[in-house]
Design a protein around this ligand. Structure first.
Ligand SMILES: NC(=O)c1ccc[n+]([C@@H]2O[C@H](COP(=O)([O-])OP(=O)(O)OC[C@H]3O[C@@H](n4cnc5c(N)ncnc54)[C@H](OP(=O)(O)O)[C@@H]3O)[C@@H](O)[C@H]2O)c1
Length: 324
């Protein structure tokens, strides 16, 4: 049995806790909030035994094996290092941190403590992604040429909330643009060309962004993100001989279509139970059992590429976070 702790009791923490129920051999032993009342209420909902009113108390609980970090982007670095330095494994929400410098500090903390660390890029562990990987491995659509993908949704404008507030890492790119970007990096590696444009909100965060990427070898990706408008939310992987569509919403697709030139398109379903966060949790536990510090499907190198690329995109569109 692996004992989990959840750090920060917000929106995604609740969905993760719902999914964790479906992960074999996982026990949600403790939750921590900045407020004891919030921890008590969250814990009561999920029957959690240990309820902490401080993140520090969770980090130093000797019975916790791995902590899931669900604070705003700007808290990830500090909170992950707190847990790693206390000897815990860490599954940290995306983006792993607000910039590459912070990601490097987190990786250094995992290395010096010899503890597991993974960015919670849950898409890579969903059942549909096993099918996508199988098609790609067998060369079903030929050599890859391009990716078209977008993730945009309409959020009400709240200058204080984490989506728009620069103090909390606001903006569409870090919040949802990371999904199409992570798919591009999974397919093609690190881009060597980046071209981005964006519209900024009154707080200075990016509310819609378009970014084109070029990769060594010639593949290209045309990607976008938005927090002020709902976009198609689809991904299409294009090969020389056909294409693979991850249907809306592509980052948690349950429907895939493959179209190979000269053949009928085939649509296949890959449903999952509950919220789907159990797959990344299971992957993290399996990696820890094997003594791994990083997971081969979401390695540190990919988190660094994501962070470096988002740094470059933000540099081009003029979005800087306080302290940068
Ligand atoms: N994987 C996914 O599908 C997915 C979906 C949504 C979000 N996320 C990621 O999860 C993270 C949290 O997003 P969320 O939507 O859950 O946010 P949220 O509802 O605002 O929750 C964030 C929690 O962080 C804690 N916190 C610590 N410092 C804070 C501060 N200065 N201001 C506000 N809250 C603070 C609070 O918990 P306490 O008061 O209990 O300490 C708060 O409830 C983000 O990094 C986001 O990218 C991932």
């Amino acid at each position: 049995m692996t004992n989990w702790g959840i750090l920060a009791c917000g929106n995604i923490a609740r969905k993760f806790a719902q999914g964790l129920v479906f992960a074999p051999n996982a026990k949600l032993l403790a939750v921590a909030s900045r407020s004891q009342e919030k921890a008590d209420a969250f814990g009561a909902e999920f029957g959690v035994e240990r309820l902490y009113g401080s993140y520090q108390d969770l980090a130093t609980d000797p019975d916790i094996d791995i902590v899931y970090i669900a604070s705003p982007h700007t808290g990830h670095c500090e909170h992950a290092i707190l847990c790693l330095d206390s000897g815990k494994g860490v599954l940290c929400e995306k983006p792993l941190a607000i910039n590459a410098q912070q990601v490097e500090r987190m990786i250094a903390a995992a290395q010096r403590n010899e503890r597991f660390l993974m960015e919670a890029m849950w898409t890579r562990f969903l059942p549909m992604m096993n099918q996508v990987r199988a098609w790609l491995d067998e060369g079903a659509i030929g050599p890859l040429q391009a990716l078209y993908a977008d993730f945009g949704f309409r959020a009400g404008f709240n200058p204080e909330g984490r989506l728009f507030n620069l103090d909390l890492g606001g903006g569409s790119i870090l919040d949802v643009g990371i999904y199409p970007l992570a798919l591009a990096v999974q397919l093609f590696g690190e881009p060597n060309r980046v071209q981005a444009i964006a519209n900024l909100s009154p707080t200075g965060s990016d509310e819609i962004a378009l970014f084109n990427l070029g990769f060594p070898g010639g593949a290209m990706a045309s990607l976008s993100s938005a927090i002020r408008a709902t976009t198609p939310m689809e991904a299409t992987i294009v090969g020389e001989n056909g294409l693979i569509r991850l249907h809306r919403p592509f980052w948690k697709a349950t429907l895939l279509t493959i179209e190979v030139q000269g053949k009928d398109a085939v649509t296949t379903a890959r449903p999952f139970e509950s919220t789907g966060y159990q797959y990344e949790a299971t992957a993290a536990m399996e990696a820890m059992e094997q003594g791994l510090l990083e997971h081969p499907l979401m390695p540190w190198g990919d988190s660094l590429i994501l962070a470096r690329t988002m740094d470059e995109i933000r540099n081009q569109i003029g979005v800087r976070y306080p302290g940068e």
